[in-house]
Design a protein around this ligand. Structure first.
Ligand code: SAM
Length: 255
């Protein structure tokens, strides 16, 4: 176990620091960094992942919102660590040399918005390895027909290969979160079949807005059965990713 430092964890920044060396080693093995990789870490915190990564790569950039943690990270005096103070949700990835590999033990309260933000930058990304709440990781990787298959599953799987790698128990952190966590590995699909992303997002969002209603009901302000061959008397959770893509294209054709 890593000895916790004196920084007092801030709940509002979702601070649960990894202290379990076995888990840290497993995450580093999953990332498998190569010396020349262009790594970007979101939320380095006290450096639980940052320090072992810095030993393996020429350079690592990190975005951290908490100024106290930035002081602590700066004090490590690592010449190959480039720290950016700011909010990962509004951070412009264009300032990094693509292609980048994104990693991080994400603040759980904003993990989904961070994923949606990165979705818009997927053309610059090789892969992403994240720690998230287990429940979120399960929703991201859920298959159609499952109760937890929803907007997050469709939006992620339409653009990325999504793999849940392993589960991490609460006691691996200080302070311990109330829930289990999981490591998820995302790689942008080489061939993405989605047409216009804005139309796709609109259809997926509307389709899952009322899970108990049929697609006919959920999508009535967007398209009706005469506009598509997809059977709209089903519920959204029954549609696989390709069917959602077809549905969004049928909607797009009307514009
Ligand atoms: N990587 C460290 C670890 O594994 O111990 C810390 C992980 S902790 C779950 C999340 C980290 O993200 C914290 O350091 C927190 O300050 C930072 N953070 C929270 N919100 C952020 C945001 N909007 N942008 C950038 N960093 C943020």
């Amino acid at each position: 176990m890593i000895t916790p430092t004196k920084h007092k964890a801030r709940k509002r920044f979702g601070q649960n620091f990894l202290t379990d060396q076995t888990i840290i080693d497993k995450i580093i093995t999953t990332i498998a960094p190569k010396q020349t990789d262009n790594l970007l870490e979101i939320g380095p915190g006290q450096g639980a992942l940052t320090l072992p990564l810095l030993e393996r790569v020429d350079q690592l950039s990190a975005i951290e919102i908490d100024r106290d943690l930035i002081k602590l990270l700066t004090a490590y005096n690592k010449p190959n660590l480039i720290i950016h103070q700011g909010d990962a949700l509004s951070f412009d990835l264009a300032q990094f040399n693509p292609p980048i590999r994104v990693v991080g033990n994400l603040p759980y309260n904003i993990s989904s918005p961070i994923l949606f933000h990165l979705l818009n930058h997927r053309d610059k990304i090789i892969d992403m390895t994240f720690m998230l709440q287990k429940e979120v990781a399960e929703r991201m990787s859920a298959a159609h027909g499952s109760k937890i298959y929803g907007r997050l599953s469709v939006m992620m799987q339409a653009f990325f290969k999504v793999e849940l790698i392993f589960i991490v128990p609460p006691e691996s952190f200080d302070p311990a979160p109330k829930v289990d966590s999981a490591i998820i590995y995302l790689t942008p699909l080489k061939v993405c079949k989605v047409g216009n992303i804005a139309y796709f997002e609109q259809v997926v969002k509307a389709a899952f807005a009322h899970r108990r209603k049929t697609l006919r009901n959920c999508l009535k302000s967007l398209l009706t059965q005469e506009h598509t061959q997809i059977n709209l008397s089903q519920r959204a959770e029954m549609l696989d990713i390709d069917t959602f893509i077809t549905l969004a294209k049928d909607y797009e054709k009307q514009h």
